[in-house]
Design a protein around this ligand. Structure first.
Ligand SMILES: [Zn+2]
Length: 55
């Protein structure tokens, strides 16, 4: 299972690793939205997807 986060701006990230997901979300939020996203919040935004299925 992979985890996926979609941002309102159209950005999407999907990884197999929670740590990586959080890092990508935090980087994106900071770069694009000048926002600090706590780990909990990033994980809250995430949904679990089948890693083999292209959405
Ligand atoms: Zn965004």
């Amino acid at each position: 299972m992979a985890k996926q986060v979609s941002c309102d701006c159209g950005f999407m990230v999907r990884t197999e690793s929670e740590d990586e997901l959080v890092r990508h979300v935090q980087l994106h939020a900071k770069d694009i939205h000048q926002m600090e996203v706590p780990r909990e919040k990033a994980l809250e935004m995430a949904r679990t997807v089948e890693s083999t299925v292209t959405v």
